[in-house]
Design a protein around this ligand. Sequence first.
Ligand code: UTP
Length: 505
Amino acid sequence: MTTPMTPAHAPSSASNRASAPGGASLESTRARLRAAGQEHVLKFWPELDEARRGALLAQLASVDLESVPGLVRDYVHTKPAADLRGTIEPAVCYPRDHNRADKPWDRQAYFDRGAELIAAGNVAAFTVAGGQGSRLGFDGPKGCFPGGAVTNRPLFGCVADWILAAQARFCRAGVVIPWYVMTSPGNHEATVAFFRANAFFGLRERDVMFFPQGVMPALELGTGRMLLADRHELALAPDGHGGSIKALAVSGALADMQARGVEQLSYTQIDNPLVRAIDPVFIGLHAFAPDSSGEMSSKMVVKAHAGEKVGVFARVGGKTSVIEYSDMPAELANRTDGAGGLVFNAGSIAIHVISTAFIARLNTSGSGVRMPYHRADKKIACVDLGTGQRLDPAAPNAVKLETFVFDALPLAEASIVMETDRIEEFAPIKNATGPDSVQTCKEIQTLRASRWLEKAGVRIPYKPDGSPDCVLEISPRTAMFCADLKAPGAIRLPAAVGNGASVAL
Ligand code: UTP
């Protein structure tokens, strides 16, 4: 299915009538705008042609104008503090070492039970790819950006390879792993076109579903006025990865999953080429651990240092939660245990398993899902209301409101956290250079591959600083896990990698 399942939030396309497709007139729209204190967005109305007038009315009809004054009051005129009421304790995690004396667990048993769910078609892959990728500065959906350290395989292709590998390995005959991709109105068409141009990376077209997430108006810093991207167009931005909870339901994706018998969604981000898009151990633990409600679980890595800019898992008022790094009280972030380790050391890597039943529950309880907004101050190109000229601000000029998927965690009955090794599965590309960049992503891919290859008996060259003197990439279709390389006769491996070589397996 390559069309938007239901473009519920997408700004509507231009109409040649000066009324929205739903019939909203200029008068009724002006009244809504006036009540919201946002009438300025009609400033250029007199000079717009009919098509642009229709487009503007349609866009305004899709925006919840009535909530704007409250948002301006709560998020523009103030920056709300995180709600950290109740005791804050470290989250209890399933350790990477499943033989650890204080919390042993049966990794193989959970692997087997997770594999069973995948085999039966109860698990889907879910990738959030609606972000604007502004830090990377790439012109196009981030999933089109090269992710493979040697092959430059696009990030979408890296996820597809994992799904294909998992499908071949775990699924019964005739069973597939469907893949749901959340886009946003701004990158939806380009994303679908990219999949088409790449023959869906080897997956069946009917098993890949795309749907756009919701959008929020960008609000001017200081005034709270909605910004215009053009004289006839509001500046809208995707409503954060937390928007996925609502978009899954309103787009029809959730109904599609239920019709296919999907019970669990493996939630991952598009920026990490090492991500295990479907991980049997994690899925098994989430679905069957005695302390999990099977609704929403998470993976963590141990924080590199107290100041690392990642959210931290904690129990807040008895509920598993993520505290954003900027909200974490310094005393807690720096607190150490007797051995000198960080007490709050569980860094979030935005990998979850979420049940379809939980998503359905969140969308039906009360007035539907209500995720808290987080404010980010951003530079947003806009039209100057005085001159009508386009402005490209050098400093942040707007408040962007986003919801975060981890805010659903405390809404689960009981939520578990599983530790993993960052070199094994966390190499995000956020920035063009520096931390979490293209370069660090290549280095982590190489480090992981060098570990795996060494364990399989291959000699790896090293630089004086101890890092591998080569660039390596191992496709999940060659080996999903380290042990796959060691399986006797499974893969023909070289005896050694040459100095400075680039090797893709
Ligand atoms: P980030 O928080 O890194 O945001 O998204 P981003 O938009 O990609 O990049 P910046 O902050 O503008 O540089 C983490 C993941 O969440 C998705 C992204 O596509 C990425 O996979 N995401 C983010 C959405 O799907 N929708 C959003 O509104 C925001």
